[in-house]
Design a protein. Structure first.
Length: 117
């Protein structure tokens, strides 16, 4: 029986070891690193976190990720889960950014500040 896959953006990889129970998560899941815009640039890559958390990546490359993982060959899309949650909380359309099942799940549970019409 296979493991559950955990897909994370390459920009999260440098700080994955700081996640709560990262080692346990890495044992239980197949970690899959997804391309993000500019992910091939190892020096001077910066992702401005809304929370102010320092996400500066200096000299971090895929080979530096110490956990077993696979690389996802996906197009680098300028969109993040943070962007989607922000769209939901501000009442902007997001139905075209998630699957129908995910949209209905968010709507049914009023997640991320979703407001029914």
């Amino acid at each position: 029986e296979g493991k559950i896959g955990l897909i994370i953006g390459f920009d999260l990889a440098p700080h994955f070891d700081r996640w709560e129970k990262a080692e346990q998560l890495a044992r239980k899941c197949d970690i899959i690193l997804a391309n993000r815009p500019q992910e091939k640039v190892c020096k001077d890559y910066s992702n401005q976190a809304k929370s102010g958390y320092d996400t500066q990546i200096e000299d971090f490359c895929e080979k530096d990720f110490k956990f077993p993982h696979k690389n996802l060959d996906n197009p680098a899309v300028q969109l993040s889960s943070t962007d989607i949650r922000e769209r939901i909380s501000t009442g902007k359309a997001f139905i075209y950014l998630v699957s129908k099942k995910v949209f209905n799940y968010i709507k049914k549970r009023n997640l991320y500040g979703f407001k029914s019409e």
